[in-house]
Design a protein around this ligand. Structure first.
Ligand code: G4P
Length: 534
């Protein structure tokens, strides 16, 4: 198959949602409808046994949640699908954000009873900043929830993105009978779910003016539907593929992942409208996926995914050209040529060695310790660098040190490794010596992971003291004079630290404290992430 055909059939995306909105269930339905599994429920039941599909690390099993992002690849209706999992626990990590750098679109799941929740907002924001298309699936329509029009309103008001409802539920709350498909102008009525969602659900399709529709749904429901549709046509957005592609309009679907209500239609429409692998910006201009020369970047590094292997994997997203096992590529940060041996792909816990892969695909590479997050790999004949990954502001902080000072060396090594993986951000408190570090993360779960991994991988017990800060600001003076604990007025209102590149950073408890510091240091410039180098 030609490279362009391989590219066009790929869909690489993440499902973003608040915990419990139905991400696992919908993922499973994708596998079910795609034929990758035969009975839904296998993943969920494993999840209840605390072995979810992406449970790789011991800690994930212990907690029954997924800490790391996993990748699933399978075929569906002529498409090659790569789903990148974003952990849904509220204590998620930077890893979650980084995963969104490697996708071409996102599916946002909302619980119809809860609407837009905290985690949805955070993840949505990152997708929005990347301007990737976002498709919304409003889930759990089989039970009581908010009114469909109110949910659309909520998405627009809270997330600031207009919606285009692709379908609209027919019937009354908690007892919907089917959907009206606004694109195809058809009514789809669902049969009773007799398999508890384990098998595909039967449905019947009608033209909207077929007399049978009124007979089936009743005059009242029919009239209510007409009214809602008229409202949507008059006051709602029009369908605009360009806006969808630019992430400025979210096609919205109503359904129930559990009972397979509207699921198949959602999947098919999503795959039809979602973009194939997109071009990427680099130091050499835009790199098109169909560029014959291979390029990729590392978006995630994971050590010890499987205790039996004790290995470290770097996950790359292929951006252009064809990947081949044992190929030699140029590694931008070290300016060296390296051989890509043992490339792996994943379906659930099964790993497979692969021989080739194409733009949009995710490949796990054995990492002898050379890769870092954001590294570019290219064909030796076309060297360039992809744009830098954004860093995400840490919101939780702790002071950590080795319990046994004799283990300082292993401690420093472990901390260094985890920083390189991007699991934590490291700071030094000015004047505090080198015995302890201040560690920043985007979620508190990362501290548990840190503690666990230092112990299991480096044999180091740590002492950890949570710090009361929630906001970090990188600092500089507009006249370029040095920011120090003494030159900054009010430095003692927080903790003055240096990041790994020795840039000054102030940790404070809240935005209010920032306001004081800003008012009292007229030359001060602050940033939630490191300042770009001039
Ligand atoms: P997550 O991965 O986003 O955290 O959500 P997950 O799919 O695990 O779903 C969370 C809960 O919501 C599960 O119930 C699941 O069965 C339920 N759920 C998912 N989709 C639907 C739906 O369309 N309708 C209804 N009514 N429920 C849905 P649970 O009780 O936590 O687990 P389980 O006992 O079903 O395994």
């Amino acid at each position: 198959m030609a490279l362009i055909d391989e590219i066009n059939k790929r869909r690489t995306f993440a499902i973003i949602s608040h915990p419990d909105a139905g991400k696992t269930t919908l993922t499973e339905k994708l596998l079910l409808y795609g034929g990758a599994i035969h009975l839904a429920g296998s993943i969920k039941s494993r999840k209840t046994q605390r072995h979810a599909v992406s449970d790789w690390m011991e800690i994930e099993k212990q907690r029954g949640i997924s800490v790391t992002s996993s990748v699933l690849q399978f075929d569906y209706a002529g498409c090659r699908i790569n789903i990148l999992d974003t952990p849904g626990h509220q204590d998620f990590s930077e890893d979650t954000y980084r995963t969104l750098m490697a996708v071409d679109s996102a599916v946002m799941i909302l619980d119809a009873a809860k609407g837009v929740e905290a985690q949805t907002k955070k993840l949505f924001k990152v997708c929005r900043e990347r301007r990737i298309p976002i498709f919304t699936f409003i889930n759990k329509l089989d039970r009581y929830g908010k009114i469909p029009l109110d949910l659309l309103d909520e998405i627009e008001k809270i997330l600031g993105i207009p919606t285009y409802p692709m379908n609209f539920p027919i019937g009354i709350d908690g007892k919907y009978l089917g959907v009206f498909d606004r694109q195809k102008n058809i009514v789809e009525l669902f049969a009773e779910d007799t398999s508890h969602g384990q098998r595909e659900r039967a449905s019947e399709i009608f033209s909207p003016d077929d007399k049978e529709v009124i007979k089936r749904i009743g005059q009242e429901n029919f009239d209510a539907l007409q009214e809602d549709l008229m409202l949507l046509d008059e006051a709602g957005e029009t369908f605009d593929k360009n806006k969808i592609d630019a992430g400025e309009l979210t096609p919205t679907f109503f359904g129930s992942a559990m009972t397979n209500f509207g699921v198949q239609n959602f999947l098919e429409e999503y795959l039809r409208l979602a973009p194939p692998p997109a071009p990427r910006l680099s130091s050499d201009g835009i790199i098109e996926p169909e560029d014959e020369k291979f390029s990729a970047f590392v978006f995630k590094i994971q050590a010890n995914m499987n205790p039996a292997h004790r290995d470290r994997l770097a996950f790359i997203r292929i951006c252009s050209g064809k990947f081949e096992r044992n190929m030699t590529v140029w590694h931008a940060p070290t300016d060296k040529l390296i051989k890509l041996a043992q490339p792996q792909q994943f379906l659930a816990q099964d790993r497979q060695i692969i021989d080739e892969a194409f733009p949009g695909d995710i490949v796990g590479l054995f990492d002898p310790g050379i890769f870092g997050i954001g590294d570019t790999l290219t064909d030796a004949a076309h060297k360039f660098k992809f744009e830098d990954f954004p860093t995400f502001p840490p919101e939780k902080f702790a002071r950590v040190q080795a319990r046994d000072t004799m283990k300082r060396k292993q401690f420093a090594k472990g901390i260094d490794q985890l920083t390189q993986e991007g699991a934590i951000q490291l700071f030094n408190q000015v004047g505090a010596g080198t015995e302890s570090y201040v560690v920043g993360t985007v979620g508190t779960l990362q501290f548990e992971v840190l503690q666990y991994r230092l112990k299991s991988e480096y044999g180091v017990d740590i002492l950890m003291t949570m710090l009361p800060f929630e906001v970090a600001r990188w600092l500089k003076f507009s006249d370029d004079s040095k920011v120090t604990p003494t030159s900054l007025r009010g430095a003692d209102r927080g903790m003055f630290v240096l990041d790994r590149a020795e840039n000054p950073v102030l940790l404070v408890e809240n935005e209010w404290a920032l306001g004081w510091i800003s008012d009292n240091n007229p030359k001060l410039e602050m940033s939630a992430t490191p300042f770009a180098k001039d």
